[in-house]
Design a protein around this ligand. Structure first.
Ligand code: G3I
Length: 321
């Protein structure tokens, strides 16, 4: 059985993958990507980001996202939608604009309203705000922070709740929060504050971009997930991958497999961690080599689309439950 079948048997809602547009013409890849026994959930890696959705002001374009979302619907794969508000991949008209607070608030609401209505209530979850904090817990600089102040985060959640259906989970998503540290504590404090003040938030996405040799342990990930559970929100591992410093070796692949398995197991063992999404499953299309020269092979399937040790380790850990 595929990973999603095993994940559901183990009590998770899904095991999923991100899919990017660059690989849509590869039929061997696509037959795995949209095989719902393997991946019961799909996240578009890029197509739902601002620069592609609203390339010029109030002009919306859904074709990139649709190329991934529509086949996912046909394959009955759940969708995690990604992402309304981020500091990255913004169009020049937005990032270079000289906005007043009122104008930018209007731009934000208009974007969320249109994108939310287009994708309807078809998303299981939306990453409403992505990566708003630095590793030291301070607010990350962005056009949002500069013009709207830190309240842009709650504003985005309020707009999201206004325009997506009640059943769609609203997530805050970030990296580096997969252990108990300054950053994960700051995110937990934000969740608590939101809940105290009735600002809608349903989930925390722990991205889980890891490196062999420096990855959090099973206990680390479990402890981080447990920071959020008492606050009454669900969690998910939303972008799991485990990069290797090249050259690759069987030993490094074995360590990589352990990190994949430990992370998946931590989610399985914590109530309200609903699922695991890998940030693509195929080494050649991973974001890693471009961003971290000298690193790669971060995924579950190798160049020849063959399953790696990491794949079997995840499969085994899901079966063990
Ligand atoms: O759109 C242009 C296209 O016009 C051009 O022809 C092509 C040439 O290389 O580049 C295209 O842009 C690329 C874009 O992905 C779409 O493919 C960018 O160069 C590239 O940098 C961009 O990378 C994406 C990255 O986010 C941007 O920061 C990755 O694919 C995507 O996997 C990655 O995803 C993020 C999550 O959204 C948030 N968490 C971290 C994660 C990894 O960085």
């Amino acid at each position: 059985p595929g990973l999603d079948i095993l994940a559901k048997r183990a009590g998770l809602l899904y095991f999923g993958t991100a899919i990017d547009n660059v690989v849509l013409n590869n039929s061997a890849y696509i037959s795995i990507a949209h095989n719902s026994s393997e991946f019961g959930q799909v996240t578009p890696s890029n197509g739902q980001k601002w620069m592609y959705i609203e390339p010029s002001r109030n002009n919306f374009s859904y074709s990139m996202a649709d190329a991934i979302v529509k086949p996912a619907i046909r394959a009955r794969q759940m969708r995690r939608c990604h992402t309304f508000v981020w500091h990255n991949q913004l169009p020049a008209w937005l990032e270079g604009g000289n906005w007043t607070k009122a104008e930018l608030t209007g731009v934000l609401e208009n974007h969320i309203r249109n994108e939310a209505r287009y994708f309807g209530n078809g998303c299981y979850a939306w990453d409403v705000v992505n990566e708003a904090f630095e590793d030291d817990g301070s607010f990350r600089d962005s056009i949002w922070l500069r013009v709207l102040g830190k309240e842009y985060i709650e504003l985005a959640f309020r707009f999201a709740r206004k325009y997506v259906g009640r059943r769609v989970r609203l997530y805050y998503n970030d990296y580096g929060i997969e252990r108990v540290n300054v950053k994960s504590k700051v995110v937990a404090a934000m969740v608590k504050d939101f809940i105290d003040r009735d600002i809608p938030i349903d989930g925390i996405g722990l991205q889980a971009h890891f490196t062999v040799g420096r990855a959090p342990t099973y206990d680390d990930v479990k402890a981080a997930l447990n920071l959020f559970i008492p606050l009454g929100v669900e969690t998910a591992l939303t972008e799991l991958d485990v990069r290797i410093q090249l050259p690759d070796s069987l030993e490094k692949q074995a360590l990589q497999a352990q990190v994949y398995a430990n992370s998946t197991k931590a989610c399985m063992d914590v109530g309200d961690c609903v699922g695991v999404t890998v940030w693509d499953f195929w080494d050649p299309v991973s974001w890693v080599p471009e961003t971290f020269p000298g690193y790669g092979n971060a995924c579950l399937f190798d160049d020849g689309l063959k399953r790696k040790q990491a794949y079997y380790a995840v499969s085994d850990v899901l079966r063990d439950d």
